[in-house]
Write a protein that binds this ligand. Structure first.
Ligand code: BEZ
Length: 220
């Protein structure tokens, strides 16, 4: 099989599909998907070490890392640079920003992980990984995917909001509306039968704009 065929042989991970398996060298030693069994994690790729946008992102990812861990969510970085390069960059970030990078960073020199996770967008760059984010749940299912271009730094508030929204939906079976933030009302899944639709008209605690669009407070 040619290299081109090998790369296209992998389907990009889609929401609801199993997270692709990986074993990789990282700044914390060898790690594989199996090490995250039973844990949520956020896997993100960056184009290259020692570049300006990526450096601001690394500082920002480290800032949200303690909050992610409180939610029992791990964080993993990735680029096609070597472990030595990652280590030198992590040290440089610590020196310049007084910020210790505590999460592992995958050194994907052979692009195996990047290829499996569809992190390389050849039309954007043949040599660098784009800014991809995968949220994977404790059953190792891909729950969300975000892609950003090389030139735009990601919004950490949105990544935190996304993780919290997914966990809230899992816990309470309630979808979340646009711009939802923790503490806001959640949505009620639309009724599936006429009987349910009628019942909903008299249900306490619902704020309904129409039969299919109701919000409610969460009982924390
Ligand atoms: C950056 O992180 O600044 C960057 C990296 C690759 C391409 C463009 C910008």
């Amino acid at each position: 099989m040619s290299e081109q065929q090998t790369e296209t042989a992998y389907q990009l991970p889609r929401i609801g599909s199993p997270a692709p398996d990986f074993t990789a060298n990282t700044t914390h030693g060898q790690l594989s998907l199996n090490d995250y069994k039973g844990k949520w994690f956020v896997l993100f790729s960056h184009p290259a070490d020692f570049t300006p946008v990526c450096t601001t992102e690394f500082v920002a990812f480290q800032e949200i890392y303690p909050e992610l861990r409180k939610l029992d969510v791990e964080l993993i970085g990735l680029s096609v640079d070597s472990v030595s390069s990652h280590l030198a960059w992590v040290r440089n970030i610590e020196k310049n920003f007084d910020t210790e990078i505590e999460f592992p960073v995958i050194a994907d020199l052979d692009r195996k992980v990047a290829t499996r996770y569809g992190m390389i967008m050849p039309e954007e760059s043949q040599t660098e990984t784009s800014r991809a984010v995968f949220v994977v749940d404790d059953k190792q299912v891909v729950r969300a995917v975000i892609y950003y271009p090389l030139t735009t730094g990601r919004n950490m508030n949105e990544i935190m909001r996304l993780v919290k929204a997914l966990k809230t939906t899992d816990e309470h079976g309630a979808p979340t509306p646009a711009n939802w933030e923790p503490g806001d009302k959640v949505l009620v899944s639309p009724p599936k039968t006429q009987e349910d639709m009628k019942k909903r008209e008299n249900e306490d605690g619902l704020e309904c704009i129409d039969w299919y669009l109701c919000k409610q407070e969460l009982n924390q």
